[in-house]
Design a protein around this ligand. Structure first.
Ligand code: NAP
Length: 250
């Protein structure tokens, strides 16, 4: 399909079947952006996200694929491009954690977390970039974490992947700035999704006591920031890391 400049923008959101990614997909769709809803294993939930977007007058495409593997990642990008003939926005949101103290951390725990959180973002960015360069415009938002800035016991693998994502963001931002493509990272603190809800109640209480705003963040807090970074008004912002954490690491 060939796209005209006047066509609505297209965003690909990885890991959009649930949690923060699902809310980002819905928010972008509400802004009139057509959205590729990527998932890996939660097909039913991802289909629901697509149906919700369509039910509220938006456009969305269900895209299965493990972004940590090269061929599936390339296929995910291709499906979004083939459907609408353009890609304007990539949100690298897919993420997992395998928390263990370092001495108990297996190579598998390390590799899986690196592969999804960091390599997945590399692969999707690599396959989206030629489209953005051709269009001489584009926005990439990488979902990192405050843990990538501060570190966290039990999360050496996750923190390293999220810190790596920040280095990746800043490097790619410099590579493509002259093409009118911005690349930024968001560093959420504790956001109420499966990842936080899985923590023991006592741990949740301890974390809350350290957050100056006294509450966990909502996925919508992150989605609003994504929408801003993808808006016209954010066109001169690139290579930045925006922390969304209620003051946790201020
Ligand atoms: P979540 O509820 O566990 O959702 C994770 C999403 O990633 C799911 O949609 C999942 O899809 C997808 N995913 C996992 N592996 C994938 C793969 N190989 N290929 C494609 N998709 C894959 O997590 P969340 O809390 O919304 O977190 C979203 C992002 O924000 C992550 O990058 C996370 O590290 C980051 N973050 C979260 C918090 C927080 O407090 N929640 C804080 C800071 C940063 P399937 O279910 O279909 O596999």
């Amino acid at each position: 399909m060939t796209a005209a400049d006047s066509d609505p923008q297209v965003a690909l959101v990885t890991g959009a079947s649930r949690g923060i990614g699902a809310v980002i997909a819905c928010r972008l769709a509400q802004a009139g952006i057509r959205v590729g809803v990527n998932f890996h294993s939660s097909e039913k939930a991802a289909r629901q996200v697509v149906n919700d977007i369509i039910a509220t007058g938006g456009e969305a495409l269900l895209i299965e694929g493990d972004v940590s593997l090269e061929e599936p990642a390339a296929a995910v990008v291709k499906q979004a491009f083939d459907r609408w003939g353009r890609i304007d926005i990539l949100v690298n949101n897919a993420g997992i954690h395998r928390d263990r103290l370092l001495v108990r951390m297996g190579s598998d725990d390390w590799d899986q977390v690196m592969d999804v959180n960091l390599k997945g973002a590399f692969l999707c960015t690599k396959y989206v970039m030629p489209h953005l360069i051709r269009q001489r415009a584009g926005r990439i938002v990488n979902i990192s974490s405050v843990v990538g800035l501060s570190g966290n016991p039990g999360q050496a693998n996750y923190a390293a992947a999220k810190a790596g994502l920040i280095g990746f963001t800043k490097s790619v931002a410099r590579e493509v700035a002259s093409r009118n493509i911005t690349v930024n990272a968001l560093a959420p603190g504790y956001i109420t999704t499966g990842m936080v809800e899985d923590l023991p109640e006592e741990t949740q209480k301890q974390i809350l006591s350290r957050i100056p705003m006294g509450r966990f963040g909502a996925a919508e807090d992150v989605a609003q920031a994504v929408q801003f970074l993808c808006s016209e008004g954010a066109g001169y912002i690139t290579g930045q890391v925006l922390t969304i954490d209620g003051g946790l690491i201020a």
